[in-house]
Each structure stands twice: as C-alpha cells, then as structure tokens.
Design a protein around this ligand. Structure first.
Ligand SMILES: C[S@@+](CC[C@H](N)C(=O)[O-])C[C@H]1O[C@@H](n2cnc3c(N)ncnc32)[C@H](O)[C@@H]1O
Length: 324
C-alpha cells in the first residue's frame, strides 16, 4: 500500500547538527568554550541528560546512527531544557574521522555498543584498531575513552583491538554509576547480565587519519509516464559493487503529486536511511535524493536513485534522461 507522508525529524538548527554545521567547530556550535565530550550511540539520549547535570561545564556532542533514536533523544533534550548537548545523526567513526580536530576531545563514551555478534559482522564493530588510532589522535592530553558493555566477546575484542592499535593503554574497573542508568544498562541489569568496563588512555599521538572523500555528485533522473500508476508497492533490492540498496516503502505526498520512497543503503562501513522522491514536473517525472536526514553523499546515494528509477520503470514509466 502507498501510505501518507510521515512527519519529518524536528529540527531547530541548534541542538540538532547537520553535516554543513560541523566545520564551524565546537566552540561555535556550543556558543561557548568548554571541554568537548563525545558519546557514540546515545540511543534515547538519557545519558547525555545525566552528563549535562553532572558536568554543566562540558560541551556534549552525541552521535547516533538511528534516525528514530535521534528523534526520541531530540525531544528529550527539548523536554528537559538541555542546553549544552548537540546531537548529530551519523556514524561515530565518521564524526571522529571527518569532523573533529586533533587534541579536541576530553572524553569519548561508548555505552553498550551494538555487539554485531556474528562472524561476518565483525567488520561493523566500532572499536577496531583503526578507530583507536583515530581516537588517540582526537583525544587531548589526559583524555580517555570509556567502554561499558554487557557483551563479553565484544569486550575482549575491543581490548584486543586497543592493544593491536599500539596507542592505547587500558585500566579495568567499575563503571561510573551514571553508565549503569542508561536504557540498555537497566535492561541488562534486570536480566542479571554481568557488565564490563574499561578506560582506554592514549599512550601516543598517531598522525591524523585521512579524511574520506565522501562527496560524490548526486544522481537525478527524468522519466516519462504517470505516478498515478504507483498504487501498490513491494520491497525492491538492488546490489551494486560495494553495497546493497533496499527500497522499503512508498508514501504518497500530502502536498503535491510526489511519491517518497524510504530506502536503506548498506555500504562497507556505513548504513544510511534515505528518502528518494519522485514528483511530477511539467516536463516529466523527476527523481532525486531528499536532503532529509543529512545523507552522506556516497555512491550508495546514487544507487538509491537508480533503485527508485528501477522501481518506477516497473510501473511502466520510461527513463528519458539520467544524469549526475
Ligand atoms: C545497544 S544500543 C545502546 C544505546 C545507549 N548507549 C544505551 O546504553 O542505552 C546501541 C546504540 O548505538 C547505535 N549505533 C550503532 N552503531 C553506531 C555507529 N556506528 N555510530 C553511532 N551510533 C551507532 C545504535 O543505533 C543504538 O542506538
């Protein structure tokens, strides 16, 4: 079924950062100077709220990959009147690599990271040796990275990765009380799972990581035909060299003749949820990526436009032109 459009992620331009805001640097983004502390994978955001109350002098940057979580956390920040937290939707690894400067961080928190337990998922794990080297470059002298997890195997993996990085020492210990009050901490404690904690401290300052060449030109397409043909929808998958695109859903727009497609793109170290829109213009049906969710302009975004174009040709529309 084609359903009505959904409400977009709320945005106030101050608490929720976009890619283009990041070059301004932390002092401008927080509108004050202060120790910069990063939480990767903040989930529902309750830990950031606690940190603001415990350390009102900290500038707290949260990065989270799930749009639904960012939306929930954003509403929490509003509700609780939180001032010194900024949220960014994206991949923790990319924030550390592409947006932060050497020696800029006081601390990184990683609370209950997704363990990616299957053998073929290990490369999705955040705490790889290369990540520790980047983190060591981004942490200021005296800075540290705190990991708390319920997952014994991920814990061992992270410690081994830190050792292999050659730039981190570790200290095992009890987690700070506030890390035992996150949503997942409470859930696992209820199930009596053991909780593991380690503090990693840089022993060296390796050279800065290479920034990604992320931006690829965007793909658009112009089709002949009529969007009214799109009356029902079923999932469509497109494989490409380097990833997979899944077109999950289609929503008819409330305000114009467009149809918006919800798309997931999986690439080597990135999973993005995107919106691709098809709408009728005077000269045909135009297909393009929406800025919603601040997508990283990777090849996968272009493939998402291709995939939606494929879907539309399945309804009898024909491609007149596809260009970058
Ligand atoms: C198990 S949950 C823990 C959430 C929260 N820290 C807590 O303790 O309740 C892991 C979170 O990390 C997020 N996440 C997973 N991989 C990520 C990445 N590479 N960058 C940022 N967030 C990520 C997930 O979307 C999820 O919200």
């Amino acid at each position: 079924m084609v359903t009505d459009s959904r409400v977009a992620l709320p945005f106030d331009g101050r608490r929720l950062l976009r890619k283009r805001d990041m070059p301004a640097g932390p002092d401008a983004l927080f509108q004050r100077e202060g120790p910069l502390v990063l939480e990767i994978g903040f989930g529902d955001g309750r830990f950031l709220v606690e940190l603001e109350r415990l350390h009102p002098e900290w500038n707290l940057l949260g990065v989270e990959i799930s749009l639904a979580s960012v939306s929930r956390a954003f509403r929490r920040m509003h509700r609780e009147g939180i001032e010194h937290v900024r949220l960014y939707r994206g991949h923790g690894r990319m924030v550390v690599r592409d947006f932060l400067k050497p020696d800029s961080l006081r601390r990184i928190y990683v609370n209950f990271p997704d363990p990616w337990p299957r053998r073929n998922q290990v490369s999705y794990r955040l705490l790889q040796p290369a990540f520790f080297r980047m983190a060591a470059n981004r942490l200021a002298p005296g800075g540290d990275l705190l990991l708390t997890t319920d997952h014994a195997e991920y814990f061992a993996f992270a410690r081994e990765s830190a050792r292999a990085s050659g730039v981190m020492s570790e200290a095992l210990g009890e987690p700070p009380p506030e890390t035992l009050r996150t949503k997942y901490a409470l859930k696992w404690q209820e199930e009596d799972r053991p909780i593991y904690h380690v503090v990693f401290t840089p022993t060296d300052n390796p050279p800065p990581p290479e920034r990604a060449t992320q931006s690829q030109p965007m793909q658009h397409a112009l089709l002949d035909g009529d969007l009214s043909a799109v009356r029902s929808f079923s999932k469509h998958v497109r494989q490409f060299d380097g990833g997979t695109v899944i077109v999950l859903e289609a929503y008819r727009s409330l305000t114009d003749d467009g149809v918006t497609f919800e798309v997931v793109v999986e690439e080597a170290d990135l999973r993005q949820e995107l919106l691709v829109k098809a709408w009728e213009k005077e000269d045909g049906v135009f297909v393009g990526l929406q800025p919603f969710g601040d997508p990283m302009g990777t090849r996968g975004c272009r493939e998402a436009v291709h995939a939606v174009t494929d879907v539309l040709t399945g309804y009898g529309l024909t491609v007149r032109q596809a260009w970058i």
